[in-house]
Design a protein around this ligand. Sequence first.
Ligand code: ZN
Ligand code: ZN
Length: 431
Amino acid sequence: MTDVKASPLDSRIGEPETHKATIEHAEHVVPQYTQLPDHSAAEKSNPVADEDPRSAETKNEKDSKSNAATGGPEFQIPKTCKAGCVVNPGPNFTVQVEEVPVPEPGPDEVLLKLNATGICYSDLHYMLEDLAMPKMTEFGVRSAGHEGAGVVVKVGSGVKNWKVGDRGGVKPMWDCCMNCELCWDGFHETYCSKTVATGLMTTGTYQQYITSPARYTTRIPDGVDDFTAGPIMCSGSTIYRSIVESQLKAGDWAVFPGAGGGVGHMGVQIAKAMGFRVIGIDGGEEKKALCMKLGCESFVDFTKTEDVVAEVIKITGGLGAHGVFVTATSAAAYKTAPMMVRVGGRVMCIGLTPAGTATVGADPGWFIFKNLHVIGTMVGSMRDTDAALDFAARGLLKPIYELYPIARLPEAVDKLRNGKVAGRGVVDFNS
Ligand SMILES: [Zn+2]
Ligand SMILES: [Zn+2]
C-alpha cells in the first residue's frame, strides 16, 4: 500500500480488500417540501437535546464490562441481532424487524454495534427499486440504511488503528478502492467506480451489528451523541460538501429552498456558522420559527408569497443570491432556482428527483447573461463527514429528529414514505 501514502486519508488506510460489488453512481435523496419537519414534535421527541452530549458513550460503557487484560471495555456479542429487513422489494415493499445472525468482521474490518441509524429517503428508493441502478436483491441485501452510529465491539486480525470501545459511524458509501485518483484527492472518493453503497450493495444500518472496513469507518468525536452523529453521516455531510463546493464566502447570500427539511435545516446551520446571510424558503409558521431560530436572516413562506423569486431578489437588494442550495426533490424547486441567483451565482443541485421528472430549467440566456454556474454534488467524503461532525462537536450543528425504537422502524419507514416525518427519523436500537 506504499503507493497510497499521498492520500489525505492515509491514517485510515488498511490492507486492500476485495469489494463485494461496484457501482458507477450512488444515490442521495432528500426530503421534499411535503416532508418538512414539525418543529415542535421533533423537539419534544428529542431525548438528548438537553442531556450530556456524551450520553451515548455512557450507554456504551454501561453495556460493557472492563477487559482485565487491556483495561478497555469488553462487549458481549450476541449470536443474533435485530434488523429491519425489506420484504417484497419493489413498489409494494414492506419492512419487518427480524432476528438475523451477527456477522463476523473480516481481517480488515471492525464489527460495529450500532446505537442509532437515521432513515434517509435513499433507503426507500433502494427498497422501492425505482432507480436506474442495481437492486438490493441482486446483492442479496435485505437491510437498507446508511446513517449508522455506534461502537466498535470487535476488530479484525489486521486492524491496528481501531480498538474495542471506539465510537464509529457508517456512511452512504461503505467502502471505496483507496487506490485511484478520485480516492486520493480527499474530496471525490464517493465517486470512485469501485464504491460499495451501504444498504444497497452490502448490509446497511437497519441491522444493529454490521461490519465496516476499518479504513472507511468514521470516528465519532466526543461531544457528539449517536443520535446526532447518525444523520450527519449522510444528510449533514452531504450539505456540507455542497456548501464548500459552492465557494460562497462570508457575507454572501445563500438561499435554501426547503430550509426546514432534513437536509435543509442542517444547511442553514452550517451556512450561518460560515458567515453566510441565509434565506430560508419553506411553508408555515412553525417552519418559519425553526428556520429563524437556526440562523436564517430572512424567511419566505411559499404558502403565502405569490412570487417567491421576486421576494428573494428583493431581500438581496435587487441582485439575487450568490447561491441557491436545492435540497428539495421537486421539479419546481429546480425550475425556479436559476431565477434567484445574481450574476456569477451558483445553483447547487443536491436533491435527486425521480428520473425524467425535472431539469435545472432556464432558457440558455439565463446561463449566458448571468454567468450562471450549476454544480451538482453527491454525498460527503470521509473528510466532509469529519468536518460536519466537528460543527456538531462545537455546538454549531444540531439535527432535529424524531426518535423511534427499533420495533417501530417499519412505522418510521412508512411515515417517511408518506411524507410525514418531522425532520429526520432516527432509530434507537437500544429501546
Ligand atoms: Zn442518505
Ligand atoms: Zn477509488
